[in-house]
Design a protein around this ligand. Structure first.
Ligand code: ISE
Length: 356
């Protein structure tokens, strides 16, 4: 285990298809204080390919062996959601801190089981990869809301648009995979739980694959009675657009407008560039997320403390899963579905700002 403040954190990255490979590059090239020592993927060939670009990393075929490996202090899970529950339990079995890409798990019971198991260990070991919380614009908006800049928040409007989705992406995945980010953003920005969800499915985009209910317009109700609208539209053919507008009693604010360089062209047109994909849009957020996680885990080992996370924890992962599960029922039934959360018992809400 990394025990001194100066020891490099030895990380296993499990699942190196897309995000995992990106994280290996990040940990290898841009984040100090950590070293990727083990790489695992269901495709050993892919694992070897990624390991070739990460000096000091070796391939371990079996994910559970990689987690238990003596050369590993902490784990980064970027495997598909259905694999997370077993792999997270394996991390808790050996008390290794873990940063798990969303969703924490794919059903509410397994998410709650992990919350309870982590609570019983008395250590915060699970961080969930809701990277938007580390994005400069989201953080700025959160700080301004908390400082009272807009008065009491009343409404949140979210637009989440993707140019295209992979083959096989279905209507429920729009809730579990895409809307889940709006669920966490709303909980983060407003600082309260979502209590009910309704999903409307207007006329579908004629360009969407057959059967995909796209776009979807969702309404969240919150504990204190606020409303959040979230448009998810994943076949726009345009670019990656994620916008959020907060409306308060004393003003409003919008983030995600892509207003970098604004061109005035000689042909009388003007405009800028739309971000192409989420890796580009949230590159800085992912860097910051991993930097903060590595620092928190190293601090936890060095201080012998019980906090090994720097952001959204298992309760946040569980709450997001619970809202999305209700969201899929709302989508299928066309009805408003209440979200029933378990008793949090121990306060597991993470005050990220305090930890960064
Ligand atoms: C994808 O998994 C993501 O996490 C992206 O941020 C989101 O925009 C996309 O819709 C999801 O499929």
């Amino acid at each position: 285990m990394a025990t001194s403040k100066n020891a490099e954190l030895r990380v296993a990255v499990i699942g190196v298809g897309l995000m995992g490979a990106d994280h290996v590059a990040r940990l290898t090239d841009r984040i100090s204080g950590a070293q990727v020592t083990v790489i695992s993927d269901y495709s050993p060939a892919r694992a070897a390919e990624v390991a070739a670009g990460a000096p000091g990393a070796r391939v371990v075929d079996n994910a559970l062996d990689a987690i238990a490996d003596p050369d590993v202090d902490a784990v980064l899970l970027a495997t598909p959601g259905p694999a997370h529950a077993e792999q997270l339990h394996a991390c808790l079995d050996v008390a290794k801190p873990v940063l798990c890409e969303k969703p924490m798990t794919t059903d509410v019971h397994s998410s709650l089981e992990l919350v309870r198991r982590e609570q019983s260990l008395g250590r915060k070991l699970i961080q969930v990869g809701f990277m938007r919380r580390f994005d400069p614009e989201y953080r700025q908006l959160k700080q301004a809301i908390d400082a009272g800049d807009f008065g009491a928040p009343l409404l949140l409007h979210c637009a989440h648009r993707n140019p295209a989705v992979p083959v096989g992406f279905d209507s429920a995945m729009m809730v579990r995979d895409s809307l889940v980010h709006e669920v966490d953003s709303a909980r983060f920005l407003l600082g309260e739980e979502i209590t009910a969800i309704t999903v409307h499915t207007p006329t579908s985009n004629s360009q969407a694959p057959a059967g995909l209910r796209d776009p979807q317009l969702t309404l969240f109700e919150t504990e204190s009675g606020r409303l959040v609208t979230a448009e998810v539209f994943v076949t726009t053919g345009v670019g990656y657009e994620v916008r959020t507008e907060l409306v308060g009693e004393k003003g409003s604010a919008t983030i995600g407008s892509d207003v970098g360089l604004v061109r005035k062209n000689s042909n009388g047109t003007w405009g800028g560039r739309i971000t192409a994909n989420f890796k580009e849009r949230f590159a800085e957020a992912y860097d910051e997320e991993l930097r903060a996680w590595v620092a928190a885990v190293r601090r936890g080992f060095a201080d012998g403390g019980d906090v090994f996370i720097a952001g959204p924890g298992s309760w946040d992962g569980y709450a997001a899963t619970a809202v999305c599960e209700a969201g899929v029922r709302a989508l299928e039934s066309g009805q408003r579905v209440a979200v029933e959360l378990a008793d949090q018992a121990a306060p597991v809400h993470d005050d990220m700002e305090a930890r960064l």
